[in-house]
Design a protein around this ligand. Sequence first.
Ligand SMILES: Cc1cc2nc3c(=O)[nH]c(=O)nc-3n(C[C@H](O)[C@H](O)[C@H](O)COP(=O)(O)O)c2cc1C
Length: 375
Amino acid sequence: MKALQIGDMTVPVPIVQGGMGVGVSLSGLASAVANQGGIGVISSVGIGMSYESKGKYSRKSNLSGFIGEIRKAKKLAPNRILGANIMLAITDFDDMFKAALDEKLDIVFVGAGLLIKKPSTVTMEEFVNSKTKIVPKISSARAADLTFRVWAKSFGRIPDAVVVEGSKAGGHLGFKKQELLGETKSLIEIVKETKEVLKKYEDEFSQKIPIIAGGGIYTGEDMYKTIQAGADAVKVGTRFVTTYECDADMKFKMQYINASEPEDVVIIDSPVGLPGRAINNDFLKKISAGEKRPVSCSWQCLKGCDYREIPYCIAEALFNAAQGNLEKGFAFAGSNGYRATKIESVEEVMDDLIRGYYKASISNVKENFTKSLVF
Ligand SMILES: Cc1cc2nc3c(=O)[nH]c(=O)nc-3n(C[C@H](O)[C@H](O)[C@H](O)COP(=O)(O)O)c2cc1C
């Protein structure tokens, strides 16, 4: 297993923990993963909700909450590799991005939209020469090509790495609902296509572009196969939810433990306008039957959201769930969200992934050896 190298940054264990909002991956989970040698990721979305009394969510508390979590994580995991996940779809993206750079986070992951414009809060000089690694999340080789082309032309540089996320991931997804209900390209296919498309940028900039692949990585064998297909690291979300260190309430984690069939994980229409994947529960059943929950909006946290039109507030529903109030919310989960049977420590999960990786690698060597004996 090779360390993940992103420019001058070496990540000993090529496992990136997926940023999970609202309040699922904060400083607790992020620092635990970082302390095990991976990249721990704080999810910035809705973070202010954990810091203010109910219903008092504001842009100001979001920013101070984010900075607070970064500082906490740095104390818990000194000199380890820490990042944040910031969604372009949130209204205060530019503020959060600047805070990540100012706080000298090692890396930022940017998803829920294509990062093709410089955030207004940083100068071109700060953006182009940022020490914080900037990594867009995409779901197709085409989106990767577009992002890298725009960066090369507009900024004279390319992103430090790329996250390729397949259709099995949890949370909001970069695929159409119809695609998700039918056949989508496998993560491995998307990794291969993206690798091919990015070759020209690697040549042009004489820079290796690491690919971090996620969506449905649950075992060491999944990790091995994905890295064999050309990824440099994997991104894991769902598997880390059922850990003691995950920042969500135990009742949230129990939604995962109590789910036992693939059908317990469903595709939903999120008020954000994107499909999402979640553990089915009474809240979601009532919403899909047409029930509406009154929305009292403290501030417009999502770009393009009109609170008068939506059946419920997604930020509030996700926050409620992470706080253990599942009557008023639901848990996002990847397609493997039904597989966990117990709560583990982050160390146990990381050890299991690493052990499974080597086991799969040994099986592969044996298989090739056996094949070589057949004439
Ligand atoms: C509970 C949960 C919440 C998530 N929240 C976010 C989020 O706020 N922003 C985001 O870009 N991705 C989010 N994701 C996606 C993860 O960061 C990760 O990329 C993905 O889950 C990887 O797939 P896996 O869960 O199959 O391992 C979330 C995933 C889960 C399971």
